[in-house]
Ligand binder design. Structure first.
Ligand code: SAH
Length: 486
């Protein structure tokens, strides 16, 4: 229906996770870069596939309500912030709607309250972590640092990022200066040759401590003291290390981290719990909203001090230790071994003797521990899975353990809604859903949801009736959706 280079006009209805506007022309789906929901655009078709086309907005005919001139000079090219064309108010509205749509349509919950999204007062400068690819290997004179463009590994050069803390730009400048002086070559993804792949930096918001890590295709770099000397002049920098990644892969980090100067880790606080964080461990990137998220999770957990709590997908134990002060016992489960090592060290540091951690896939560890020891039966289960959500078998295990409350923390409202449906069908009432904006500027949204075990048959019968209505609604919806997509 389209040919390459053709111009078409359309209104953008939605946006993908990678930031392309989604619109339709005579029922045919078109993904349009540089366009946001609400825009009517003239777009040029770049690629035509069987069921969709890819286009680039050339002219905004009618701007979306809330469309603004982005503050960032690399907006639209850099793949990091997809929503920089929308005012923060409009971004929040969009995320609220996304969560509501998922809960209502995918989950089939017409009446579950989706509370107003908790946003930030200042949606800039919030990130505590930056990871910048290093480029310029193809005969370029200057090494470049930047971000990847959406859907590619083309580096969009930049000297700073509006989402990071003030001062990070000095680290980038020091690294570029070092690469020039030392002759350390940027890594070339095409050939697998060259040395320096990425620069990673992370800052403890509460302590101001900053760690810098070069991801390298090797086990050493030439003249690292040149870099360390300039880094020491920069506020907060406590250490420089190397992460070894010699694989030809898109994965940024390798398994091994080698210390060079100062400390490999940084310290941070969440509330009054302190954390030591390795460069390779998962740690929430927005400290202000992390506190909002964890406070919400804590209040939903409804702890009195007598509960056994499971924290599944616990990372370095941030939620576990945050809850441990209010619970009898907390059991964290996480698949990454380094994270579990950090979690155990963090428990010791904070003298939280009622927190224990187990390494392994939650869907395997939980049934095993429950079979071994009745006393680990939880009163409250917290889950915080990656975007793909929980394994179905894990949800079934949780249902069989019958905790009074389940607190589901999610970074993908679609898989959250899918999993809430399974838990609801298994005898839980979805009490409420609270979106939290952890990632201003990006399409991503975090959500905390509270589920309560239905206490008596009366409550269950009423809810089951409602669910039967939901069921018919979902069934109808599925048929309609199937028609539309065929
Ligand atoms: N709750 C933590 C981490 C959440 S991120 C925090 O707020 O910081 C999700 C975590 O799940 C990651 O640390 C990831 O390594 C872990 N993970 C992924 N799959 C898992 C599985 N099958 N079982 C246990 N942990 C898993």
């Amino acid at each position: 229906m389209f040919v390459k280079n053709q111009l078409t006009e359309l209104t953008i209805e939605d946006i993908t996770d990678t930031g392309e506007g989604i619109g339709h022309v005579d029922g045919f789906t078109v993904f349009v870069s540089r366009a946001v929901p609400g825009d009517t655009v003239r777009a040029r078709i770049i690629k035509v596939k069987k069921t969709y086309a890819i286009a680039k907005a050339e002219e905004i005919l009618t701007p979306a309500a809330g469309r603004v001139e982005p503050k960032c000079p690399v907006a639209g090219s850099c793949g990091g912030c997809q929503l920089s064309y929308l005012s923060y108010e409009a971004q929040l509205q969009m995320k609220q709607k996304k969560v509501e749509d998922c809960v209502r349509r995918i989950g089939g919950f017409p009446d579950v309250p989706v509370l107003p999204i908790l946003g930030m007062d200042n949606p800039y400068g919030y990130r505590n972590k930056g990871q910048f690819p290093v480029g310029g290997a193809n005969g370029a004179i200057l090494p470049v640092l930047g971000f990847y463009a959406g859907h590619s590994h083309r580096i969009v050069p930049t000297k700073s990022c509006l989402m990071l803390w003030n001062g990070h730009e000095k680290i980038l400048a020091a690294v570029v200066d070092y690469l020039m002086k030392s002759g350390a070559k940027p890594y070339d993804e095409e050939t697998g040759k060259g040395l320096v792949r990425h620069v990673l930096m992370r800052r403890g918001a509460a302590t101001g401590e900053v760690s810098v890590c070069l991801v390298v295709n090797g086990r050493s770099v030439p003249k690292p003291e040149i870099l360390w000397e300039s880094l020491q002049q920069i506020d907060g920098v406590v250490g420089l290390c190397l992460n070894v990644n010699t694989e030809k892969t898109n994965v940024i980090l390798g398994r091994e981290t080698l210390p060079l100067f100062g400390s490999v880790t940084i310290t941070d606080y969440i509330g009054d719990v302190s954390f030591v964080i390795s460069p390779t461990s998962f740690y929430q990137v927005n400290p202000v909203q992390m506190k909002v998220l964890y406070d919400t999770a804590l209040s939903y957990a409804g702890l009195t001090g007598n509960e056994v709590v499971w924290d599944l997908y616990c990372g370095i134990g941030t939620i576990s230790l945050f809850l441990a002060k209010h619970a009898k016992r907390v059991i964290g489960v996480e698949i990454v071994e380094d994270a579990i090592i950090d979690a155990k060290a963090n428990a010791m540091r904070n003298r939280l003797t009622n927190a224990e951690f187990h390494c392994g896939a939650a869907e395997e560890v939980v049934p095993r521990l429950i079979a071994e020891d009745e006393t680990v039966k939880p009163d409250v289960v917290v889950v915080d899975p990656p975007r793909k959500g929980c394994e179905k078998s894990l949800l079934e295990t949780i249902l069989s353990m019958e905790p009074a409350r389940i607190v589901y923390v999610s970074c993908d409202p679609a898989t959250l809604a899918r999993d809430l449906r399974i838990l609801a069908d298994g005898g839980y009432r979805v009490d409420r859903v609270q979106p939290v904006d952890q990632f201003p500027g990006s399409v991503h949204v975090e959500v905390v949801s509270l589920l309560q075990k239905m206490s008596n048959t009366w409550e269950r019968t009423i809810t089951l009736d409602v669910e039967m209505e939901d069921y018919h609604r979902i069934k109808n919806r599925t048929e309609v959706t199937a028609d539309a997509t065929e």
